[in-house]
Design a protein around this ligand. Sequence first.
Ligand code: TYM
Length: 334
Amino acid sequence: METEKKKLFSAVQPSGAVTIGNYIGAIRNFVGLQGEYDCIYAVADLHAITVKQEPAALRRNTLELMALFIACGIDPEKCVLFVQSHVPAHCELTWVLNTITYPGELSRMTQFKDKSAKHADNVNMGLMDYPVLMVSDILLYQAALVPIGADQKQHLELTRDLAVRFNNRYGQTFTVPEPFIPAGSGARVMSLADPSKKMSKSDENPNGFITMSDDKDTIVRKCKRAVTDSGSEVRAAADKPGVTNLMTIYGAFTGKSFEETEREFAGKGYGDFKLAVGEAVADALAPIQAEKARLLKDKAYLDGVMKRGEESARRIAARTLSKVYRKVGFYRGE
Ligand code: TYM
């Protein structure tokens, strides 16, 4: 892995079902960028416990997400794939970065405000500090690029701010990363039940999202029920958020542009279109689901991938952490 290529880091939380929003906004690009960069991908279990998790489910979801990464096309021979809690440097760097972060910066984060409202009975320090842990994830690996959906943009801005702040205070230490956010509406896939809301795995209404493991009948049913707009024309437009969202999803799984989709469904109604979207999504997910199921039967292989990933991640992270400890003045012996 010691090449001249720039480094790329991203992660996904194992906090339940992964949606096609996660796939379109992030995971698809994890796959697409692996030739160009030295890629490091993590299962962000430390982040997941900022909201209540059932321990057995968290353990299961961690393994499932690892299998899903590989089934989607992330090559463990080319990339570092690991579990965040296996590398203690993430927590260690978080402590140091906490000392240059102000509470006001964290309390005004949109995601913190949203999650605090949603989990009012569990507004814990971890939830507030979540972005600093994310900053540590990225800076530990000196990542130049971070593929994410639009909802994580604010956390990337904090990452850049803290990298610059640390570098100014202690001397050049961290690479200042750039976000890689899909162009257009793929950066923010919306709920099928309410196209003014982001598609989210934590939505109480399961008709709002399609998961990566939904079967064909479920996917087709959810697409048929998707909220569309007035009129009957399949056309992308600001006043047609429901149809535009479905066109984004259709395009992500078929490679078709908005124009091609408009042409394909000219003169046809929403019904035909929604059915085509459901079938396209289900057909694209079927081989991923089959491969994931196959991988989950080979736990020794998945454990091996994680172990090798952990070793590589620890090696890269240790280098950065040791530099940081030196810069801040921790005595390391003569
Ligand atoms: P998470 O697990 O919530 O989501 C994983 C990725 O999916 C993107 N995403 C979406 N993209 C488009 N449309 C949507 N509806 C949609 N919903 C989610 C997210 O933007 C994200 O890229 N904090 C991160 C995990 C993380 C991380 C990191 C990411 C931890 N450390 C370091 C990058 C770098 C998160 O909660 O992702």
